[in-house]
Structures are given as C-alpha cells and as structure tokens.
Design a protein around this ligand. Structure first.
Ligand code: COA
Length: 379
C-alpha cells in the first residue's frame, strides 16, 4: 500500500469517467467529447442534461419529450414550500437554504425510499425532479425573503427562461434568457471538482441521490469553490467604493496575504475556457447598458494577475459581473452555480452507482501512540 501523502488529493486518479475532460495546459473543456465553446453557443441546458445523463445528444423528439418531462416537474409540494417559507422568514443564508430545501425534496419524491438506491431509471426520474425543482425553490426563497409571493413555474418556458421568470415575475428578454442558459451550460460539469467528488463519496456508501446532492451543495458553498463567484463581485464593489486604482487595490490585498477571488485553479494552468466565454458576455452586457466599468476593472485585474503572479482567472471571475449586470442579487450567485452543477452531480452519481466501490482513503497518523489512560479524577 502506497504511503505517499497527497494533500488535497492533488493529481490523484480515483475513478474513470466519460462525462467531462479538462486539459489544464491547453485550456480545453469537453462534455462527452463536445467542446464547451460549441455547447455554450449552440446547446440549451436541457440538451446538456440529456447528454450528460444519457450519453448522447438528444434527437429533436427526445429533446422535446425530455424538456416537457422536466417542465412538468417544476412545482414544489406544499410541504416543501412550507420549508422554503420558513427559511425565508428566518433570513437563512441562500446556500444553506438551498441545501436544506434540496434535502427536503425527498419527502415528496415518489421514488425516494421506494426504488433501489442504484436503480438507474428511478435515479434519472429523481434527478429530473431535483433539477427541475431546485430553481423553483431558489426563486421562491428569494421572493419570499423580499416580501413577495412566489411565482408559479410556467411549463411553456424553457428551463433558463422559467427561472428568470419565477425570480423577477416577468418573462425575460432573449438576451437575458440566452445569457443565463449559456451560464447554466458552462457550469454543468467539471470533472471531479470538490462538490462532485463529495456527491460521489456520499453515493459510494449507497446513500441515495438526495443525500449525494445535499452533500454536494454543502461542499459547493465554500469560498475556495462555488462561493468564489459572490466574493468576486463583493471585491469589485469594494474596489469601486475605495475609489482606488483596481491594480493598487489588488496589490494591497496580496500584500495583506489575501487571495484574489476568481483566480487560480487546481487543474488549469492557463485561462479557464469558461472565463473566456463569460468575459465576452460580461463585456457585451456592459456595452448594452452603457457602463463597462465592471468589465474594465476586471480586465485590469486579470492583466495584473497574469503578468505579476502568473495566475489566470477561473469561471467565477467573469460569471460574477455577468450575473450582476443581469440584475441578479450577489448572494444568489453561488446557488445559481448549484442549480446548474446539479446536472453534473447527478451524472457522476449515476456513474458511481453503475460501478460502485466505497470511497475510503486513509490519513497518515501523526498523533501519539500507547498513552496510558488516567482516570478523570486524576487529571
Ligand atoms: N490569489 C492569490 N494567490 C493565489 C490564488 C489567488 N486566487 N490562487 C492561488 N494562489 C497562489 C497561492 O498563494 C499559492 O502560492 P504559494 O505557492 O506562493 O503559497 C499558489 O498560488 C498555489 O495555490 P494553492 O492553494 O496551493 O493551489 P490549490 O490548487 O490548492 O488552490 C484554489 C486552488 C482554486 C483553491 C485557489 O486558486 C484559490 O484559493 N482561488 C481563489 C478562490 C477561487 O476563485 N475559487 C474558485 C475556483 S473555480
């Protein structure tokens, strides 16, 4: 047995997967062989879900059927909506709320507790329900905490359009819905990132898919992972408020030993291809609004980080200003990452169940051995 220590499991291969491939030196990402650039430009989130879960792109008839099945699963059971209301009343933090609500979805899922944990067809049905209902729950949570009533999902709208409709109470224009759909496609899967691995670890114990997705949401919430997108925007606002030059602000932050949110990646050595695509979107949105301040600030920081630190931006750097310019509240950025990545989590959980082995690494023990136990009274 190897005694080599690999902190953070860096570079360790733990599974075979056919879902997504990352070439960190070339800055390349593919889902099941299809380049992320092509999917971002051409495919809808529903198509990508189908591709990830079923292995092939859907035919028009398959896509219609799949999209319809997803659309009819969007409503929340009354008991689940009660949970959403309660959490909104308590002003729960949105990622914690989404984690709790997603866990609660199993109570009203007709397959949960009935089908075998590894039953593929039941898991695809559960996966559709989870993926269809998470956006409804998030939009309802946001509206309720703002003192508005939830908006019922509209089955005539596609997944991305419907989320923005439920969030804002009006059908979004084509630019907004296409941008949002593209963001969902870009975030849908990314190899064995921490939250996906967390879902796989949970599934590997033969816990069910709701447990796996709930674990993953908890893992995504941290600032080194999904939480970074909200931190990017908070940082840019701080830079703006400081009225300092953005590069000077970053130099000061680095001098204080801080990390710059939205930079660095365990797998990419070069610019994340998703950041390239979202950077273009962020620029377009700024130009359309006649205010390219956020984009220009971002480019200045990116150039500095590349030249001085050799650290390129990751997906979160430009998703932040993209969402912000779409009018999405900052504390919903990470939950929005979750309502996309749930597609990848489910795909990896299906792969895990198909060829399961309990995931159970070891730690090198560096504590003491053979101490004699003193009774409480003698300590
Ligand atoms: N800002 C400043 N320095 C950074 C940095 C950042 N965002 N990311 C990495 N570095 C530096 C580290 O300080 C370290 O330098 P050192 O060797 O001189 O100590 C070096 O780069 C390697 O960092 P390390 O933490 O070992 O890399 P990792 O693979 O463990 O971490 C991340 C990857 C993503 C956790 C890390 O880049 C990070 O914290 N980024 C900011 C949060 C973020 O955007 N997360 C979203 C990822 S999609």
């Amino acid at each position: 047995m190897s005694e080599e220590l690999r902190p953070g499991l860096e570079g360790v291969l733990v599974a075979e997967s056919e879902l997504s491939y990352i070439d960190g030196e070339a800055g390349k990402l593919v889902y099941r062989g299809y380049a992320i650039e092509d999917l971002a430009r051409e495919a809808s989130y529903e198509e990508v879900l189908y591709l990830l879960w079923h292995g092939e792109l859907p035919t028009p008839a398959q896509l219609d059927r799949f999209s319809e099945e997803m659309a009819t699963q969007r409503s929340l059971a009354p008991g689940t909506m009660d949970v959403v209301r309660e959490l909104a009343d308590q002003e729960e933090e949105p990622m914690a709320a989404l984690r709790t609500i997603t866990s609660a979805l199993s109570a009203a899922d007709e397959d949960a507790g009935e089908a075998e944990v590894t039953d593929l067809e039941a898991n695809v049905r559960k996966g559709k329900r989870i993926t269809a209902k998470m956006p409804t729950a998030l939009a309802a949570f946001k509206r309720l905490r703002d003192g508005d009533e939830p908006v019922e999902p509209d089955p005539e709208l596609d997944h991305a359009e419907n989320f923005l409709y439920m969030l804002n109470g009006e059908v979004p224009d084509a630019v907004l819905s296409e941008t949002f759909d593209m963001a969902l496609v870009l975030h849908a899967d990314h190899g064995l990132n921490a939250s996906t691995f967390s879902a796989m670890v949970t599934a590997s114990t033969l816990a069910d898919i709701h447990a796996a997705v709930t674990s993953a949401i908890g893992t995504l919430s941290g600032s080194l992972h999904g939480g970074a997108n909200a931190n990017v925007m908070r940082m840019l606002q701080e830079v703006d408020d400081s009225e300092m030059d953005s590069v000077d602000w970053v130099v000061n932050a680095l001098d204080r030993g801080e990390r710059i949110a939205g930079f660095g990646h365990r797998v990419y050595d070069v610019k994340d291809p998703r950041a390239k695509i979202l950077g273009e979107k962020s620029e377009e949105l700024g130009e359309a609004a006649g205010d390219t301040r956020w984009y220009e600030m971002s480019v200045a920081i990116e150039d500095f980080m590349a030249e001085e630190k050799g650290i390129p931006p990751n997906v979160d750097f430009y998703s932040a200003t993209t969402y912000y310019q779409m009018g999405i509240p900052i504390d919903l950025f990470t939950p929005i990452f979750a309502i996309s990545r749930v597609g990848g989590w489910i795909a990896h959980v299906l792969e895990q169940y198909e060829d399961n082995r309990l995931i159970r690494p070891r730690a090198r023990y560096v504590g003491e051995l053979e101490r004699s136990y003193p009774p409480v009274a003698e300590r």
